[in-house]
Design a protein around this ligand. Sequence first.
Ligand SMILES: CC(C)(COP(=O)(O)OP(=O)(O)OC[C@H]1O[C@@H](n2cnc3c(N)ncnc32)[C@H](O)[C@@H]1OP(=O)(O)O)[C@@H](O)C(=O)NCCC(=O)NCCS
Length: 185
Amino acid sequence: MIAPVLLFIGLRYSERRRHVLKASEDVLLLEAGIEDLGEASVLLVTSFFGERNPSFLAVAAHREHRRLREHHGGDKHIQLIARSPAGDAVGYVDCDGRPSKSPGRPRPYVSDLAVREDYRRRGLATCLVQKCESIVKAWAFDRVFLKVEASNEAARKMYGELGYEVVAMDGAPSKQICTIKKSLL
Ligand SMILES: CC(C)(COP(=O)(O)OP(=O)(O)OC[C@H]1O[C@@H](n2cnc3c(N)ncnc32)[C@H](O)[C@@H]1OP(=O)(O)O)[C@@H](O)C(=O)NCCC(=O)NCCS
């Protein structure tokens, strides 16, 4: 059973990275409570649509906040938030092992992965995904799924390095979505 409030303190995710963080810059990785989801929504929207205008981002963040709140809680479901020493939300991911309501959503499923721009390329996303993998294993699953846009080269490279393989492609030709899978055996 995952501790309900605090998962890890001072997680040193960057040890094998070029940009080694100082101890004082360590990131806290926490199970997100409902009160964290507003910041998580802003992080998601700015990470995925950062170049769009502020009013678009405000509306999108509002919609995301509602979606994350509705999705919150439940057995075999966890939302993780990474916080900087100053307390800012710098990373987020959702890990869901609940039965799927839609045939297009394989389970267990990792989604909504985002890292704040100034915290990228330090291994934080890798750490978040690997943490989801351990959680999924603790739930007694032997594999995990993700979806990623075919054009998202940064994320695809990372998932490839983590051992994920493409098992399906769908969506419009202009916006192909890859379903990727990793065996945890
Ligand atoms: C994709 C994303 C989550 C990666 O976060 P991150 O913390 O920078 O990732 P990591 O530091 O763990 O990167 C691991 C590896 O992935 C690859 N990678 C990550 N970002 C990359 C980039 N911009 N260009 C090329 N390769 C990249 C590299 O191989 C990297 O290893 P390296 O830094 O030793 O070269 C982040 O860029 C992001 O939030 N993007 C916007 C939202 C998004 O696309 N989410 C994923 C949806 S499926």
